[in-house]
Ligand binder design. Structure first.
Ligand code: GLC
Length: 735
């Protein structure tokens, strides 16, 4: 009888018309034993054969699937492998509940797009949505129905290697990028076979680690948490993200994986989200070294009571959750609520209607590295490069040059352009700088190549060849930066210099007297102060993905005019860190004429490059901003209009940025806050009028009593090409 009922339950026709997804989830929940409920909250990596590695059960994953004791895998890839496991779960277990297959599709599955901080440099949310869409199409064709992305951690400390995975230091830009990625991955119909569940991570404030040291303590005020770190998560929730991932770090003494304030009060209470929360890898188990749990059983109790729904790889829920319920230490409601949220996601994905739809070998073969997806990697990457310096119009290079020198460890690298977290990205698919430039101009321009040095040692024996190549060339292009393994997880650096002897190499090259262009591939802001002062042109390329060589060649020779803007501040020296644009004024703001103000006595007290900075091969002129009103009520809006003209000789894109400053509040307010931007394309001589609307929502903040309100008072408004080079005006808000 039960099987028949179950069949009816699952068949979408019978229930879909009559029941909501929540009701359908509850119908399944009602049939589950406690052990089966716990199984839905257990996630393991890969389809291991046997072994109690990392405290895993001794049974094989197949055996546990038949018992309904695993609800999800990560790191199982391919239609074939996912189909094998899905069949066991759906055909050989009692309740036939389909599995989730998660993977870190952070910037591509096989076809690697630029790293997220590079994508954020495009300041083009619709382009980033397209990138996520392409990633989802490719990953879903190989059985993946859940990505552990977008990573939405605000990061102000470039010592933290994971800054590469996010969208930089600003909550507004970070929120738009979070929404773009959620929409791209989840699409308009999460039940479609080419859309996948997104996961906003790492909840929360992981980027606030003291000293920029990964996994380190985070201690910040609730106001700071709400002003800076939570907005991208809230935006992702409002965009319908289906899951979140709890972070490793503590916040003010409470590890996120045991933090009711975050998971219950804010996520479930304030934001009313039914998205489920997965722990980070063993982050429930790490409650023990954090010192809030004496053993894995107590860790399980803390996790489930904080509403961390799924346990990635700790086996804490696997071994102890049922026991905790039977003993009366955990109310079954915690388990039921968690299971319901996981089942809702599986229903939303349409897995109960067709559990095998993601695993299709034929579609996988046709989709992986399809021309549409590979072309998209180039299209996206073209808008991620940031022109940091271009003296004497060194760039774009002329195609009538006779010879160029390509020097540095990144010229022929086919690994590093992939960046970190590149899933199944394969270096054989990468177009290296050398390959891209050879293909573009190799027939007409002689290329003199020398590696010069590595980034992993201090060996200068290659300098002589590099100098020779430079002397035989009209222009020197140095490709330097960081090894791809120097950023992303567990990759914090105490220094922000170019690693190894790369800068020494460029100093030697400068002695040849040739024009020097530097192209950087790196995963964090670097203190390239000497380069800024001594070379002719600098391009920040981040890690551009598989089309790196084509895109860098496109930009160097002017077929693409770079339009990227920095989503994160570059310091001059690591001692300035943390340094970010939306800082407070303090009672003694820096005044070069008064030493008793907030500054460092041993350096220039400004960023090397400010937030929002990026040059173009053309130039843009801004008119003075015109406001529709000089005074508004708290519930009124006003518009700010500016005319932007392309005053150069080349067509180009410009990111027009709008910032505000609340001059007096019941609490201190940042000296600037990004509130809007528009990326426009202008032909030479063309002018466009850009109008922004400042709504009450853009003026709200958490006041002295932590109410999210607009306060009356005077405001400044700034419009410009970055967070420093702006034209300003002002307005007043009245009661
Ligand atoms: C890692 C990362 C997280 C990732 C997860 C699964 O430790 O912190 O970002 O999604 O494990 O790979």
């Amino acid at each position: 009888m039960k099987i028949f009922l179950l069949f009816l339950l699952m068949s979408s026709t019978f229930f879909a018309q009559n029941k909501t997804i929540v009701q359908r989830a509850d119908s399944v929940l009602a049939l589950m034993t406690l052990e089966e409920k716990v199984g839905q909250l257990v996630q393991y990596s890969g389809d291991w054969a046997t072994g109690a590695a990392q405290g895993r059960p001794a049974e094989t994953s197949d055996e546990l699937l038949k018992q309904g004791k695993i609800g999800s895998f990560l790191n199982v890839v391919s239609s074939e492998k996912t189909m094998k496991l899905q069949r066991i779960a759906v055909e050989q277990s009692r309740l036939k509940i389909p599995l989730l297959f998660g993977l870190d599709v952070i910037h591509g599955y096989f076809s690697t797009f630029p790293v997220p901080i590079g994508e954020a440099s495009s300041w083009n949310p619709s382009l980033i949505e397209k990138s996520a869409r392409m990633q989802a199409i490719e990953a879903s064709s190989a059985g993946i129905n859940w990505t552990f992305n977008p990573m939405v951690d605000i990061a102000r400390d470039p010592r933290w290697g994971r800054i590469v995975e996010g969208s930089g230091e600003d909550p507004y830009l970070g929120s738009l990028m979070a929404v773009a990625r959620v929409k791209g991955y989840q699409g308009d119909d999460l039940s479609a076979h080419n859309t996948i569940l997104a996961c906003a991570k790492h909840f929360a404030a992981y980027g606030g680690a003291e000293g920029g040291r990964d996994y380190n303590t985070v201690d910040l005020s609730e106001r700071n948490l709400r002003d800076y770190y939570l907005p991208p998560f809230k935006a992702a929730i409002e965009a319908g993200v289906g899951s979140l991932m709890a972070s490793f770090n503590e916040i003010g003494g409470v590890p996120a994986s045991a933090c009711k304030f975050l998971m219950t009060d804010i996520l479930r209470g304030e934001w009313k989200s039914d998205a489920f929360v997965v722990s980070d890898w063993n982050s429930i188990g790490e409650l023990i070294p954090h010192g809030v749990a004496k053993d894995r059983k107590q860790a399980a109790e803390l996790g489930i009571k904080a509403t961390v729904d799924m346990d990635m790889e700790t086996s804490a829920y696997f071994y102890h959750l049922a026991e905790l319920v039977k003993e009366g230490n955990v109310d079954i409601k915690f388990v039921d609520d968690a299971v319901r949220r996981v089942l809702i996601a599986k229903f939303k994905l349409g897995l109960f209607d067709d559990p095998y739809k993601y695993s299709n070998v034929e579609r996988e073969k046709k989709t992986i590295k399809s021309k549409e997806i590979v072309d998209a990697t180039r299209e996206v990457a073209q808008e991620t490069l940031v022109l940091l310096k271009n003296e004497k119009n060194t760039l774009p290079l002329s195609k009538s040059l006779k010879s160029i020198a390509l020097i540095g460890p990144l010229v022929k690298s086919k690994d590093d352009p992939l960046g970190g977290w590149s899933a199944l990205g394969d270096s054989s698919d990468v177009v290296s700088v050398y390959e891209g430039l050879t293909k573009k101009i190799g027939k007409n321009i002689k290329i003199n190549y020398a590696k010069g040095c590595s980034f992993l040692d201090n060996d200068k024996s290659g300098f002589a060849d590099a100098i020779k190549a430079a002397n035989e060339s009209q222009v020197v292009i140095a490709f330097v930066g960081e090894h791809r393994g120097m950023s992303a997880e567990a990759s914090s650096r105490a220094k922000l210099d170019l690693p190894g002897v790369q800068e020494d190499l460029i100093k030697e090259l400068k002695k040849t007297g040739k024009p020097i262009v530097v192209v950087l591939m790196n995963g964090r802001p670097l203190t390239i102060t000497w380069l800024q002062e001594n070379v002719d042109a600098i391009i920040e390329a981040w890690y551009p993905g598989i089309s790196a060589g084509f895109v860098i060649a496109d930009v160097l020779f002017g077929d693409v005019n770079p339009s990227g803007k920095l989503p994160v501040t570059f310091p001059r020296y690591v001692g300035q860190v943390p340094i970010y644009y939306n800082h407070k004024n303090t009672g003694r703001p820096y005044n070069p004429k008064d030493r008793f103000t907030s500054y460092y006595m041993d350096l220039e007290n400004t960023p090397l490059y400010p937030f929002g900075f990026g040059l173009s091969y053309t130039t843009f002129e801004y008119s003075n901003p015109v406001l529709s009103k000089s005074s508004i009520k708290k519930d009124e809006a006003l518009t700010v209009t500016v005319d932007v003209k392309n005053t150069g000789k080349l067509e180009g894109k410009e990111v027009v940025q709008l910032y505000i400053r609340d001059l007096v509040g019941s609490v201190t307010r940042p000296v600037k806050e990004l509130k809007d931007f528009a990326k426009i394309n202008l032909k030479p001589g063309e002018s466009k009028r850009v109008t922004f609307t400042i709504t009450p929502e853009k003026l709200k903040f958490y006041d002295l009593n932590m109410n999210y309100v607009v306060e009356p008072g005077d405001f400044k408004v700034f419009i410009g090409t970055n967070s420093v080079d702006v034209k300003e005006s002002s307005f007043t808000v009245v009661e």
